[in-house]
Every structure is written in C-alpha cells, then in structure tokens.
Design a binder for this molecule. Structure first.
Ligand SMILES: CC(C)(COP(=O)(O)OP(=O)(O)OC[C@H]1O[C@@H](n2cnc3c(N)ncnc32)[C@H](O)[C@@H]1OP(=O)(O)O)[C@@H](O)C(=O)NCCC(=O)NCCS
Length: 125
C-alpha cells in the first residue's frame, strides 16, 4: 500500500475569463455534463465552483501520476467531481482503466471570491 497526494490552487478570474472568451469549447473540454449542471446551478457563484473543479482535476492528476506511470494519458473529462447528499465532493472515474490500482481516493475543495483550491489523497493498492 502507498499513499500519494496532490494539491492545486487557481485564480477564479482565470477560469471566468476562459469560460467567457472560449465558451463551450473550454467548458466541454474540461468539465462533464454533471459538473456543468452543478456549477451553473450556483448562479452568480458559478465561477468559484468551476474553478474549484479545475483545481480538483489538477490535484487528481498530481496524485495519480504515480499510479499511471506514463502508461496512460488521463484527460479532463475522464474524471468528474460529484457532490453527495451532504455536499461532500467525491471523485468518479468515467474511464475505469485509471482506477484499477486505486484502493481509495478522496478530495477536498475550498473557494473564495479570488481563489479556489483542492487537495486529493490516493491510497494505491
Ligand atoms: C461544508 C462547509 C464546511 C463548507 O465550508 P465553507 O467555508 O462554507 O466553503 P468552502 O469554500 O471552504 O468549501 C466549499 C466546498 O466544501 C465542500 N463541502 C461541502 N459540504 C461538505 C461536506 N459535508 N463534507 C466535505 N466537504 C464538503 C464542497 O466541495 C464545496 O464546494 P463545491 O460546492 O464547489 O463542491 C460549510 O458549508 C458548513 O459548515 N456547512 C454546514 C455544516 C455541515 O454541513 N457540515 C458538514 C461537515 S462537519
């Protein structure tokens, strides 16, 4: 068993500008339909939630790099963040080949007006 972790922080403004300038090309490249629905439901706070999910995926990529060992290239939409009934974010792999060696994965998000951050911990089998 081995534990790996990854973390990331991003300016909410940067994500807002990408969404406003690149529109659906950017959104559909980075986010899954469930993530888009969740963030858009947050109305005027939506860019914080989009930014948090961007940071979450970067954190996952950092934590998972040791699992993948350059055998597979993971893309933004191979993984999604889904909130459970309590609001806790959970990681779901849409492409199961990325989780064959993963015993457990957990993620935590936080966001303010200016910045969003995420931390991911993985237990490798
Ligand atoms: C959950 C809570 C701690 C979030 O803290 P916050 O300072 O308001 O907001 P932050 O920006 O730091 O964090 C927001 C993120 O917390 C995460 N979150 C929400 N509920 C959570 C929970 N029950 N457990 C873990 N993480 C949670 C989500 O990822 C959320 O971002 P998202 O909606 O984009 O996914 C806060 O809403 C709270 O205290 N709620 C009431 C009590 C509660 O439900 N407590 C549960 C944990 S004891």
């Amino acid at each position: 068993m081995k534990i790996t972790c990854g973390t990331d922080i991003i300016e909410v403004n940067r994500i807002q500008e990408s969404i406003e300038n690149l529109g659906e090309n950017f959104i559909n490249k980075i986010y899954t339909p469930l993530e888009i629905e969740y963030c858009n439901s947050k109305k005027q706070m939506k860019y914080q939630h989009f930014a948090a999910r961007f940071a979450a995926k970067e954190a996952i990529f950092k934590a998972i790099s040791e699992v993948l060992q350059n055998k597979y290239e993971i893309t933004w939409t191979d993984v999604q963040i889904v909130n459970n009934e309590q609001g806790k974010p959970q990681v779901e792999f849409l492409n199961k080949k990325f989780c064959t060696n993963i015993e457990q994965i957990d993620i935590s998000l936080s966001h303010l007006k200016g910045y969003a951050t995420a931390m991911c911990v993985i237990i490798i089998k």
